[in-house]
Design a binder for this molecule. Structure first.
Ligand SMILES: Nc1nc2c([nH]c(=O)n2[C@H]2C[C@H](O)[C@@H](COP(=O)(O)OP(=O)(O)OP(=O)(O)O)O2)c(=O)[nH]1
Ligand SMILES: [Mg+2]
Length: 138
């Protein structure tokens, strides 16, 4: 039987960008066939070997949403175990970028006002992110 407490479980390290312009955030819909598929997400992806989180974030946002990050700042870090997969989300605020974000991989993408984000279904790990974003506009 598999133990529920497994300190050796592989954790996927993910660089996540909160792309913000005034009071709006750009979010994308995860493809149905991916982990947490069909849910909305803040764009980003796995940090590859030899990359810093900042480098991974820049690469992923070029690949996924066609923007170039000029600078970003750490926003929060979340550890979450989905059971089938454990993730460490390294979330950065991206307010300084060039280009106009678009779902480059065919995924839906849209700007959403911070106070409307709770109308979208996000992965369970994202709950504290939404809470902190709401604090920003209070
Ligand atoms: N990008 C992103 N991933 C999230 C969020 N919340 C959350 O739990 N995740 C999880 C889902 C996935 O298990 C993991 C990110 O993996 P990913 O599938 O985006 O990674 P990737 O882009 O490198 O994928 P791939 O191209 O290698 O298939 O983090 C979020 O807001 N944004
Ligand atoms: Mg991704």
């Amino acid at each position: 039987m598999e133990s529920t407490i497994n300190p050796d479980k592989k954790v996927v390290h993910v660089a996540v960008g909160i792309i913000k312009r005034e009071q709006d955030i750009f979010i994308c819909k995860r493809p149905d066939d991916k982990h947490q598929g069909g849910k909305w997400e803040f764009p980003g992806g796995k940090v590859e070997k030899g990359e810093t989180v900042t480098q991974a974030l820049q690469r992923e946002l070029i690949e996924e949403v066609d923007i170039h990050v000029q600078s970003s700042s750490p926003f929060m870090e979340i550890h979450h175990d989905y059971g089938d997969k454990a993730v460490q989300l390294d979330i950065h605020l991206v307010e300084d970028f060039s280009g106009e974000p678009i779902g480059l991989e065919g995924q839906q993408g849209q700007w959403v006002a911070i106070d409307k984000l709770d109308n979208f279904q996000f992965p369970a790990a994202n709950v504290p992110i939404l809470a902190k974003l709401i604090e920003l506009i209070k």
